[in-house]
Design a protein around this ligand. Structure first.
Ligand SMILES: [Zn+2]
Length: 383
């Protein structure tokens, strides 16, 4: 572990702020021995970080009555007072004060065994300021990225994103990958004809930029940027956004067609298909002619999206491919090599396609970003 300088400014360190917040109310020092994911971002040992917070006055030793309040429950305090033949009414603090008058030195010695700390008033200000600065940095990063995307300044957008993550969310920094942004340029450049006819060029750009925002922040509802900017009804924006995003899925689909399927399939009993598109079920499309979407005559405001191969074969086929990759941390059993060797050639893993399918699952919210990263790393390690 790299050694941090003594005057290191921990006030912007995700890990240190996390550690400090553990002590919002009095806690015993043992808490720092519990393993926590966030400690990874301390960049020093937990005890060093703890000493640093203490030295800078963000943490402080609790007073005797605070220690008593931490160690004893109200019922314990009442029992003690009762043993002295005293009244047992009042708040916890009052009970403690009463007890201290009766047996100060005994309690004082007893409490020596407990190292109880709490976040100081100054410490609380530090993490409150951290949260405010982080919120402001996030809002600013989003604004810069949105504006960069409108101008097609992709490098600037990604740079801003990487810098924000590096400082404020190092635990998320590995999500900034080329793979994550592989669709970015296309999202900014291609949009369905239906929208191109409806909006002027600048408004369309904004719409595309807003739709692309969720490649950066998945919980970012892009329409928020647009209602301010375009002065349109939320409902209309939402619909156009949906159409934009689904168009991207459609483009993914027809890329996939070159080696997976080349006919339109909505699947049986799919209620999201309009009558016009329903007639296209099973129609083979030449990839070059397939670019027009929503399909001609489609009455669905967000377009009818054909199913992808993995959605069609969801269940057995897909499960089987997936089952070849053992879960993370799970040890492969001895005969797994044998099993793999005996698989027919047609089932040999198409890694590229597997990665695409994984990305679709992420886009559809079927798996979390974390699961996606883990699985992706797993797949890549096998190529
Ligand atoms: Zn339709």
């Amino acid at each position: 572990m790299a050694k941090l300088p003594n005057d290191y400014d921990w006030r912007r360190s995700q890990g240190h702020i996390f550690l400090l917040r553990l002590f919002t109310s009095p806690r015993i020092i043992d808490i720092v021995n519990e393993p926590r994911y966030e400690y990874k971002y301390l960049n020093e040992s937990v005890s060093k970080a703890f000493d640093r917070l203490l030295r800078d006055g963000a943490l402080e030793v609790c007073s005797l009555s605070e220690k008593l309040g931490y160690v004893y429950k109200v019922t314990d305090l009442r029992a003690k007072l009762k043993a002295h033949g005293k009244k047992t009414g009042g708040s916890k603090d009052e009970l403690i004060q009463q007890l201290l008058q009766l047996e100060y030195s005994k309690l004082s010695m007893e409490m020596d065994a407990y190292q109880v700390y709490k976040c100081s008033t100054g410490g609380k200000l530090i993490f409150e300021r951290y949260e405010q600065e982080k919120d402001a940095a996030l809002a600013l990063a989003k604004k810069i990225i949105y504006e960069s995307l409108i101008k097609l300044e992709i490098i600037q957008a990604r740079k801003t994103y990487a810098e924000y993550l590096k400082i404020w969310e190092p635990s998320q920094a590995n999500y900034d990958s080329d793979y994550q942004f592989s669709n970015l340029r296309r999202m900014l450049e291609k949009s369905p004809k239906r929208l191109a006819e409806k909006y002027d060029k600048q408004s369309l750009r904004k719409l595309q930029a807003a739709a692309a925002m969720d490649l950066f922040w998945r919980d970012e509802p892009g329409w928020r940027w647009l209602s301010d900017d375009l002065g349109l009804e939320a409902e209309e924006i939402e619909q156009s956004m949906q159409l934009t995003k689904r168009y991207q899925k459609y483009l993914d689909l027809i890329e996939e067609w070159s080696f997976q399927q080349n006919e339109i399939r909505f699947g049986q009993d799919n209620p999201n298909v309009c009558d016009n598109c329903r007639r296209l079920e099973g129609v083979k499309l030449d990839k070059k002619k397939a670019l027009e979407w929503p399909f001609e005559g489609c009455t669905n405001p967000t377009g009818c999206l054909p199913l992808r191969s993995y959605e069609l074969q969801r269940g057995e086929e897909f499960e089987r491919e997936d089952a070849e990759l053992p879960d993370e941390g799970e040890e492969e059993n001895d005969n797994s090599e044998e099993v793999r060797a005996s698989l027919p050639q047609s089932l040999a893993v198409d890694y590229f396609n597997l990665l695409r399918q994984l990305k679709y699952m992420l886009d559809d919210g079927l798996i979390t970003a974390e699961e996606y990263q883990a699985k992706k790393a797993d797949i890549l390690s096998r190529i």
